[in-house]
Ligand binder design. Structure first.
Ligand code: PSV
Ligand code: MN
Ligand code: MN
Length: 388
């Protein structure tokens, strides 16, 4: 694709999901910094996500994390969201924050702990059924710290058994996305350390099990776009957790550390039809804004994804194919770099005006008075999340 008119159509239809936990306080194990105006419950997180969507036009859903976002009535939570123009998105179970999970959750050697973890996944499937969520997004902290601590293959078997139960319980419209991470909190083995392990587990489960690529979960130097290309080819790219990293699982704003990497990922998606709604790739953010104000940080993140997407859509596919067929190494690379080096911001500003939005969503946020209002109104406690 190379004409801007065609690119604009794709950009209008783009959907980027924001995570409820990014609206809450966060930090590192050294300190969680409390900010003013932090949501006190899932309803207020929805208010913030709705504000991000109102200003960007492309962030119409919010991912939930259970139990951080547990409420009495998820139907009512969904209606609250709908009244504000957004939907409840992926349901993220939490099987890593209880003492019982010291030796793992689904992979734990103790069948009682495994039962507890599976029951939590089943609860999340039921929540997803009520909220109409199409994604059960599973990340587990399971792993070991020392050689011989547990049997690696037995843990894979237990993992399969647990996921199988959740998978079989899912309604037809739900997918199970299995997220991998190469280290942390365990430092010898993680039970789902890489895309290959996730892929192998998904293959055994069935077609509605797919791999979730969190861009911060790879060893330095990993070619993430290659993984994306292979998974797309196999029909197993379920979605992304976008963020950026300089060192490990930094969870910084997507496109901040390495905008070129984000562009390269988007280029693979565009060239393989991964942005088509039929490909059903979920574009989700997974970030923690430790220092910066949450809502404008989220707006910035959405805009960064949009800019990388716009550049990828500008790659002249015909010229690239010709250069590749001719073995023109420099020519092919130049086609891709031309697109990356295009300043798409003025065009995106025009597109937003066309969509009835302010051309500069961050300036619009600062003018809106929303930050002052939430800082004045939201007193007396912070919502559960990483900062809890
Ligand atoms: C922990 O590494 C993590 O950052 C994973 O990326 C999850 O997706 C996220 O937390 C929320 O559970
Ligand atoms: Mn993640
Ligand atoms: Mn992570």
């Amino acid at each position: 694709m190379s004409s801007w008119a065609a690119a604009a159509e794709v950009l209008r239809a783009q959907r980027i999901e924001t995570p409820s936990w990014a609206y809450g306080n966060s930090g590192t194990r050294f300190k969680v910094f409390a900010q003013r105006g932090i949501p006190r419950d899932p309803y207020e997180k929805i208010d913030d996500a709705a504000k991000v969507h109102e200003l960007t036009g492309v962030a119409p859903s919010i991912a939930l994390h259970i139990p951080w976002d547990r409420v009495e009535d998820f139907g009512a939570l969904g209606r609250y969201a709908a009244d504000r123009g957004i939907e409840l998105g992926a349901i993220n179970p939490n099987v890593f924050q209880e003492d019982d999970y010291r030796l793992g959750s689904l992979c734990n050697p103790d069948p009682g702990v495994r039962r507890k973890a599976v029951d939590h996944l089943l609860e999340c499937v039921e929540i997803g059924r009520v909220t109409g969520s199409g994604v059960l997004s599973v990340w587990m902290a399971d792993g070991t710290n020392y050689a011989g601590q547990d049997n690696i293959r037995a843990r894979q078997d237990r993992l399969h058994e647990g996921l199988r139960e959740a998978y079989d319980r899912m309604p037809e419209n739900m997918r199970l996305l299995l997220e991998y991470k190469f280290f942390e909190p365990h430092f010898y083995t993680m039970d789902v350390p890489d895309w290959g392990t996730s892929f192998a587990q998904c293959l055994r489960l069935g077609e509605r099990a797919q791999v979730l690529v969190d861009t911060g979960h790879h060893a330095p130097g990993t070619n993430i776009e290659f993984i994306v290309a292979v998974l797309l080819r196999e029909g197993r790219l379920g979605g992304f957790h976008f963020n950026s990293r300089n060192y490990a699982d930094d969870d910084l704003i997507v496109g901040a550390a390495d905008p070129f990497q984000l562009f390269r990922i988007m280029h693979e998606l565009v060239s393989a039809g991964g942005l088509d709604p039929a490909a059903n790739v979920a574009f989700m953010l997974d970030q923690c804004h430790n220092l910066e104000p949450k809502v404008p940080a989220m707006i910035r993140s959405v805009l960064n994804v949009q800019e990388a997407t716009a550049k990828a859509l500008l790659v002249d596919a015909g010229a690239l194919a010709r250069a590749q067929a001719e073995g023109d190494v420099l020519g092919a690379n130049a086609v891709v770099m031309d697109a990356f080096n295009t300043d798409v911001r003025p065009r995106l500003a025009e597109l937003r005006e066309d969509m009835g939005l302010d051309p500069d969503p961050i300036a619009a946020y600062h003018r809106s008075g929303y930050q002052e209002r939430i800082e004045a109104e939201r007193t007396g406690g912070a919502a559960m999340g990483w900062g809890a």
